[in-house]
Design a protein around this ligand. Sequence first.
Ligand SMILES: NC(=O)c1ccc[n+]([C@@H]2O[C@H](COP(=O)([O-])OP(=O)(O)OC[C@H]3O[C@@H](n4cnc5c(N)ncnc54)[C@H](O)[C@@H]3O)[C@@H](O)[C@H]2O)c1
Ligand SMILES: O=C[C@H](O)CS(=O)(=O)O
Length: 485
Amino acid sequence: MKNLKDKNLFREAGLIGGEWVAAGSGRTVDVVDPATQAAIGAVPDMAGPETRSAIEAAAFAYGDWKKKTNAERAGLLEAWHGLMLAHLDDLALILTTEQGKPLDEARGEIRYGASFVKWFAEEARRINGHTIPSPTPDRRIIVLKEPVGVCGIITPWNFPNAMITRKVAPALAAGCTVVIKPSEFTPFSALALGVLAERAGIPAGVINIVTGMPVEIGNEIVANETVRKISFTGSTRVGSLLMRGAADTVKRLSLELGGNAPLIVFDDADLDLAVEGALVSKFRNGGQTCVCANRILVQAGVYEAFAAKLSARVNAMTVGPGTQPGVAIGPMINMAAVEKINHHVEDALAKGAEIITEKPVLPEGAQYVAPLVLTGATKDMQLAAEETFGPVAPLFQFETEEEAITLANGTPYGLASYFYTENLKRAWRVGEALEFGMVGLNTGSVSMEVAPFGGVKQSGLGREGAQAGIEEYLEMKSFHMGGLG
Ligand SMILES: NC(=O)c1ccc[n+]([C@@H]2O[C@H](COP(=O)([O-])OP(=O)(O)OC[C@H]3O[C@@H](n4cnc5c(N)ncnc54)[C@H](O)[C@@H]3O)[C@@H](O)[C@H]2O)c1
Ligand SMILES: O=C[C@H](O)CS(=O)(=O)O
């Protein structure tokens, strides 16, 4: 990859037991720049045998890693964190080249990703067990916290750095070792993290990275008895497939799945703040985030004013390659994404919605999509039921608070939700009525390392980040000492 200050960060090999390796079959998978559709490199197309080797390497490394003191593990994570920040520009460039998001956003993702490593380095020092008062005088009971073991980490393309660190940092802090399967669309960000982990002194086999097409790698991670936990971020379809598969060996699971976030704007909202929140929530990463506002519900009294303010801001957005300064919306990840977005828009238009934004000049390249505001959205449209995962902002109109809550909760998903009001009583009523793992009041952003991140209903199981995030990688052991009378 051209223009990297440190060219060694770009690796076209998997990482197993401290060795950078090709696939046994010699097969590779091309990785494409979504801005140009040109290949930027290729990674090994690994399968079952390489995944088994990676699991064995992780199991071997686990023996020593779990015995390190928590402070030693914390120190190694701190060193990894420092290297991520020292190589921020290169990591961001790799990320933008394979994923497409604007370079400024990619830099933000590297900082965000690194924040989990710092946070869990700190949490490693606070893995405290506890004591239980004994029911009899001759016994003492303590509860020990122990690592789960070898973890399979499966991550998506939309945040190729942070979705890995949000899992790997707590896993390593807890004393687990990992086998990472990054998205086949964005493996280079994961491999660069592997290079920096090596440089930080994290021992061979603690982090293994298996690249390639998902099914055979996934099947091995799911079936292999040595893997004691799977942490997955991605679609609900694949998440439920993994959940079914993991049942056979009764693995622990963390699932961060799809969302269908509502963003509700009440008549009593600060409209400028609501527009800012909608822009952040809807258009970050070109609308390709699991927490992005998929349905913007606006109360009748401010509907026209909100639509006008939002569309003025959207009209000012520039679409282009993520490496071009000033670009707000980069290319979509692939043609399937573009087709889904177009299909949602066509379906909405056929059912009575209207585009109120201007048609922007799109650069050459098949994967660019115009950011849009649609008025007249209704719940029978496909974009109301499924994640559009693109820069399309559909505005639904409602009359009453009850109607807004019913609309907002009318989805099998329950990841993020947002609402705007200046009324304190309404703030509590609505905040408590929303059936989502995360609620933002007067903010369009809920993602940060200090707060629990995760969903309810079909948006998943477990929480990442915060103090809760490390518990996902720990088992409790009740240790009873008898005969003390
Ligand atoms: N809740 C969250 O925190 C969160 C965060 C980011 C993305 N997401 C969701 O992820 C989706 C977008 O990401 P995606 O398109 O990469 O999702 P995806 O489910 O297609 O893929 C996610 C990962 O699973 C792998 N995979 C696919 N089939 C597999 C199989 N049979 N066995 C094992 N692994 C398999 C993929 O290669 C990839 O690494 C959206 O639905 C989005 O909402 C959720
Ligand atoms: O795509 C959803 C992610 O979890 C991204 S973020 O954590 O909100 O940045």
